[in-house]
Design a protein around this ligand. Structure first.
Ligand code: CA
Length: 233
């Protein structure tokens, strides 16, 4: 069962999302406002794989819903819907724990492609956490647990979103290797995001806040000017 929560106040757009996601095999729960979205999330025992949230909503807006959902679930995949003019909303939305965004207007195939891509990531992580193996990657004072997606630094747990975990796993699989922003973008978000390298930078900034002793003088996630980023111990 692939269950997605759709929050959109414009009825025509909401129906468009519901129909297209249902056609693609999703069990869709939809609502036109943020308050009932949070209620529904709890009423279904938080049993959602994904949420597609419009940012501009009456009452609690999509950003706030995103923040609340992320508080209640580390594993849910969250996609924000944004108008072209809301450039800053994209960035701050990602900072609040969204995994991806879609710019309005969007086609059915774009919607379904993005939702499918994020679902695959979420499902992979759930499969991993249900698996018996408990593989860890250790680097200096860091331990990345691939089973429960936990990162520890000097024994202290650092909470990661899906996207942050995937970036860390990519770094840990390629230590001391320069990874371009485009490579990171494609590895984590899949194809179809060309030109959106800025979201890599946003997530790197957020990761540095979490893992670096001094985020403005990073010792681990190093910027290689004109090339990308690399992981160093
Ligand atoms: Ca709206």
């Amino acid at each position: 069962m692939k269950r997605v929560l759709v929050v959109e106040d414009e009825e025509a757009i909401r129906e468009f999302e519901v129909i297209n996601l249902q056609r693609s095999g999703y069990d869709v729960v939809d609502t036109d406002n943020g308050e009932s979205a949070l209620e529904l999330f709890d009423r279904y025992n938080r049993d959602f794989d994904l949420a597609v949230l419009d940012i501009m909503l009456p009452g609690i807006d999509g950003m706030k819903v995103c923040k609340e959902l992320r508080k209640r679930s580390d594993t849910i995949g969250i996609i924000l819907l944004t108008a072209k003019t809301q450039e800053m909303d994209k960035i701050s939305g990602l900072m609040l724990g969204a995994d991806d965004y879609i710019t309005k207007p969007f086609s059915p195939s774009e919607l379904v492609a993005r939702v499918d891509a994020l679902y695959r990531r979420v499902a992979l992580n759930i499969m991993r956490s249900n698996n018996k193996f408990n593989e860890e990657i250790k680097f200096g004072e860091f331990v990345l647990n691939l089973k429960n997606r936990a990162l520890k630094k000097r024994g202290r747990v650092i909470e990661l979103t899906q996207v942050e975990f995937q970036i860390m796993e990519y770094f840990f699989s390629n230590p001391s290797t320069v990874l371009s922003r485009t490579q990171i973008l494609e590895h984590v978000w899949g194809s179809g995001k060309q030109g959106e390298e800025k979201i890599v930078d946003v997530n790197i900034r957020r990761l540095r806040m979490k893992i670096e002793d001094n985020p403005s003088v990073p010792q681990h996630i190093i910027t290689v000017w004109g090339m990308g980023y690399k992981w160093e111990n």
